[in-house]
Design a protein around this ligand. Structure first.
Ligand code: ARG
Ligand code: ZN
Length: 470
């Protein structure tokens, strides 16, 4: 669970444009054997998280209205999902864990439901036809509890001494709202968050304003660009807030726990220049909003690239800020289709740290590579190949981050800087707002370079043990 921490400690210091709806439809269509019936599947077919996400519909929009009281840890919630059936549906699932449901409607009609583990099984009164757009309204309440992931780490709604640290990778979104909880399904979001006066509730996207009445403040947020459920946040705390618009017109909102403010300030000051540097390398910043949430959440042990506005468990160092910012392109804008491909997120964000260091007077990427390559064959770094972590317990392991970055460095060495940077940028551009797979990345790299890169990727992404020749 301390992988992310350890990562920071150790490493500190496409020509064919796949249109998103087509790619998504094809991927969803391929999701599971029950795809032919009229019952939505209980998962999208992810090998590591078989119950994550659901088949049979796509959520276009989530409208989340939440009221949280940090003192009692009580949450009152209402989620209005606007969804589209991808086939005829007599029944479908949502992912939702814990909390008590007080009402559930499909359209204007009360629907039957039953709960089984994380599956919320909904039987609408009327059959939904293929292509039908429908609304699901769920009201709920209770004390949200985080999930414990296969690696022992916590995610979801994690209480803090003054609010809650809310981060859902890979599973925790379902601890605070009913969702199609897999990165394959991306949606726009509206948040209306009410907390006691004096607390701030920070979500993704553009800040729309706040109003205080009767001792409570309501904050409104809008995330227009498609977002995977795990990247949603509604972090609550006592925060110092700073707002400004960058020279490129990106609306920045920083929320910082005052106890972390002194340590965070010099790093957060660099956010505009980091985003600008990354835009030069990866292509235009994919969102209209940006920012940071710096919390004090000692139980968490990691930061998360929550879309537009990463959430940090304590004041980040610069390389962590660079890492979470790079995820805005790699992971957030370009999403996974399967958790197995996690190196497409973590290897890229780690390599961004190496590049940043190289171009800002620190170690070269080659030096970072060499330091890792020097580790003995028995080191954790070589415990499993990053392209095939084997299970959900390994997705945040050292090989995913470090050897994933090494794979990119090997690619760079093979194709040269000019082609390498073109590959990074084409990847971010061609799949912007959508999804990408490792196989698609390999094809893109081969196309851009004109080289056969199969054995390079085979060695660095898929072969067990320490590769023989760097
Ligand atoms: N993606 C995060 C990062 O920036 C790590 C998230 C870890 N999540 C967890 N449940 N352990 O590296
Ligand atoms: Zn990361």
């Amino acid at each position: 669970m301390t992988q992310a921490r350890r990562r920071t400690a150790v490493l500190r210091r496409e020509a064919v444009i796949v249109t998103v709806p087509v790619a998504l439809a094809a991927l969803l269509a391929a999701a599971g054997p029950a795809a032919a019936g009229t019952i939505g599947t209980s998962g999208v077919g992810d090998p590591y998280f078989p119950l994550a996400g659901n088949g049979g519909y796509h959520v276009e929009h989530y409208g989340l209205t939440l009221d949280y009281d940090p003192a009692s840890r009580h949450l009152d919630g209402k989620a209005v999902l606007t969804a589209r059936a991808t086939r005829k549906l007599t029944r479908f699932d949502l992912d939702f864990k814990g909390l008590k449901i007080t009402g559930l409607k499909v359209g204007r009609t009360v629907a039957e439901y039953r709960r089984s583990g994380q599956e919320l099984v909904v039987t609408p009164r009327h059959t939904l036809h293929k292509g039908q757009v429908f609304k699901v309204t769920v009201t709920y309440k209770g004390t949200p509890k985080p999930v414990t992931d296969p690696d022992g780490s916590l995610d979801g709604w994690i209480p803090t001494d003054d609010g809650a640290f809310v981060a859902g990778e890979p599973q925790g979104a379902m601890t605070w709202f009913p969702a199609n909880n897999h990165p394959l399904d991306k949606s726009s979001y509206d948040f209306t968050l009410t907390v006691p006066k004096g607390r701030t509730a920070v979500a993704n996207g553009v800040y729309l304003g706040s109003r205080t009445a009767h001792g409570e403040t309501t904050f409104r947020w809008r995330q227009r660009e498609p977002m995977a459920a795990y990247l949603a946040t509604a972090t609550v705390g006592k925060f110092k807030v700073e707002r400004y618009t960058t020279a490129d017109g990106v609306q920045v909102y920083n929320a910082v726990d005052p106890r972390e403010a002194a340590a965070a300030a010099p790093v957060l000051k660099k956010l505009p220049s980091v985003l600008k540097w990354e835009s030069r390398i990866f292509g235009p910043y994919p969102f209209r909003a940006a920012g940071s949430i710096v919390d004090r959440a000692p139980d968490v042990g990691y930061a998360l690239e929550t879309q537009t506005r990463p959430v940090y468990d304590s004041a980040p160092d610069l390389s962590t800020l660079v890492h979470e910012s790079a995820h805005q392109w790699f992971g957030d804008s370009v999403s996974l289709t399967s958790w197995k491909d996690i190196w497409l997120n973590e290897g890229f964000a780690t390599y961004a740290e190496w590049l940043y260091s190289e171009q800002h007077g620190g170690d070269s990427a080659q030096k970072s590579f060499d330091a890792l390559y020097a580790r003995p064959a028995a080191d954790d770094l070589w415990a499993f190949p990053p392209g095939d972590p084997g299970s959900g317990a390994n997705i945040f392991g050292t090989p995913v981050y470090a050897r994933g970055a090494m794979a990119l460095h090997e690619l760079r060495t093979a194709v040269g800087d000019q082609v390498f940077y073109r590959i990074l940028r084409s990847w971010a551009t061609a799949h912007r707002g959508g999804h990408g797979t490792t196989a698609q990345f390999v094809r893109l790299a081969e196309r851009e370079s004109g080289q056969d890169l199969d054995s390079l990727f085979q060695t660095w992404l898929y072969s067990a043990g320490k590769p023989n020749t760097p």
